[in-house]
Every structure is written in C-alpha cells, then in structure tokens.
Design a protein around this ligand. Structure first.
Ligand SMILES: Nc1ncnc2c1ncn2[C@@H]1O[C@H](COP(=O)(O)OP(=O)(O)O)[C@@H](O)[C@H]1O
Ligand SMILES: [Mg+2]
Length: 244
C-alpha cells in the first residue's frame, strides 16, 4: 500500500475519523494518506461513505472523532481556501455564464480588466466560448457541469474535490469533463474524485481508494487495485458482483 511511505509534507490525511448518526456508525476510517498528486479516485458501492469522506477532507463536515490534516497541520481555514469542490448537481447562480465566473473572480479581488481575460481563458478551457451571455440555467447538463468545474478552477485551487461529477451525463459529455480534469491534474491541481464508474477510474486514476460500509478497505496505485485488489470486497465490487 502507498500508505507505508507517505510524503507527510504534502499529505492530505485522516486519522481515526468517525461519524455516527442516530446511533449508527456511518464513517470509520482509521488512517488514509493522500500523498500523491493524483488523480485519486474514491470508489465503492452506494452508501459506502464516499461523499462523507470527501466532505470531511474538504472540511464541510467535522467528524465526531479523529482529525483531518494537511501535512502536519490540522485542516484549517487557509487550507480550505485552497480547496474547491464540485458536486454531482452543478451549483450555479441564476446569472449568465460569464457572470458566474466573474462572481468568483471578483470575490478573490481580481481586477476588472484581468477578470475579462481570465473569463475568456476559462470559457475556452471548458469549451464554452460563445456561451458567455447565455443564462447558466439554460445550459445542458454537461455544459452546466463544465461551468461548475470552471468556477472551481477559477479559484486556482491546490486541491479539487469532485463528487460523481459525470454520473448524470452521457458518454460524450463525460469525455469532455474527463479531459478537463486530466488537464487540471497535469497543471498540478491535486484531484480527489468520487465515482462509481470503474471505467472512469481506469481512465483517470493514479491511485484508488476503495470504500465499503463506511471504511476504507484498500488504497493503492490504480493498476494494482484494479488488476490485483488485495481486499475481498474490492475484488467483488470490481468484478461487478453485489457487495452488501
Ligand atoms: N445527514 C445524514 N444523516 C443520516 N445518515 C446519513 C446522512 N448523510 C449520509 N448518511 C448515510 O451515510 C451513509 C454514507 O453516505 P454517503 O457518504 O452519501 O455514501 P456514498 O456517497 O458512498 O453513496 C449512507 O448510509 C447514508 O444514508
Ligand atoms: Mg455519494
């Protein structure tokens, strides 16, 4: 497992985190260290705790027990400001496509003239040239998700979390988004992404976190996990079998 030789300085890690609701233990991860640039893909059946883990890593949920760390420091507001997150259903403002990007850039204090150039760059990055004035609410599902990713990238995040960003999209829309994610990764953005699409993990992942019943049952290099999973639940999940 990669966990044996972590680079602690850049490691996004969790130690002993637990989340319970209504007396039920929903998330229980003793240790996980994301030390590589990724993309890290989090895989597992519905209800296995993938979204909850992602929310913990982004500081949206504080676990009942345990800690999330960036390097040796406990995750704090400065770390969170250098993270961005994209959800399955894109969260957009009821404004034009360009205004959605302008809002994020303005909030970061980017000067008006620089914002115009940056918006053009971003629209081109997402293949949304010519859509600047269109209402964000009138975009197709794939276009709306591309805009949501561009809004996240406009923050120049160190880490980008994505929670099943393509699960509502068709293969061609998915392919465009996968390319955006890979380009961001190549530029040095650390990608941590949830999917239940094994093909997508195969296409994108450098490392894979397998979840089952609220626990991380395996974390390793993508090839190793996909081709020779060590864990029985991982094996059954990857073989397409039912995991309960
Ligand atoms: N706010 C909540 N209250 C109670 N149970 C929750 C809450 N959020 C999630 N759960 C439960 O926690 C488990 C893990 O959820 P989740 O992380 O969303 O799974 P996944 O993303 O892998 O499908 C599921 O059983 C879900 O029903
Ligand atoms: Mg989920």
């Amino acid at each position: 497992m990669r966990d044996l030789v972590p680079d602690m300085a850049s490691c996004l890690s969790v130690d002993g985190i637990q989340i319970s609701r209504n007396g039920k233990l929903l998330l229980d991860v003793s240790h996980l260290c994301l030390d590589g640039p990724g993309p890290t893909l989090i895989l597992g059946p519905n209800g296995s705790g993938k979204s909850m883990l992602l929310r913990c890593l982004h500081g949206l949920i504080v676990p009942d027990r345990g800690l999330v760390r960036q390097g040796s420091a406990i995750l704090n507001a400065d770390h969170k400001a250098r993270q961005a997150m994209v959800f399955q259903q894109p969260v957009l403002l009821r404004r034009s496509v360009a205004a959605n990007l302008d809002f994020v850039l303005k909030r970061q204090g980017v000067h008006r003239s620089a914002r115009r150039t940056r918006i053009e760059e971003l629209l081109s990055e997402g293949g949304l040239e010519g859509k600047a004035r269109q209402s964000a609410r009138s975009l197709s599902g794939g276009e709306a998700q591309r805009l949501a990713i561009l809004r996240a990238l406009a923050l120049n995040p160190e880490t980008l979390f994505l929670d099943e960003p393509t699960s509502a999209l068709d293969p061609s829309a998915t392919q465009i988004i996968e390319r955006m994610i890979l380009r961001a990764s190549t530029r040095g953005v650390r990608i941590v992404m949830v999917t239940h699409d094994i093909g997508q993990a195969r296409r994108l992942a450098a490392d894979i976190v397998m979840m089952q019943g609220g626990q991380v049952v395996e974390h390793g290099a993508a090839m190793q996990v996909l081709e020779a999973p060590e864990n029985e639940a991982s094996r059954r999940y990857l073989a397409g079998g039912l995991v309960t």
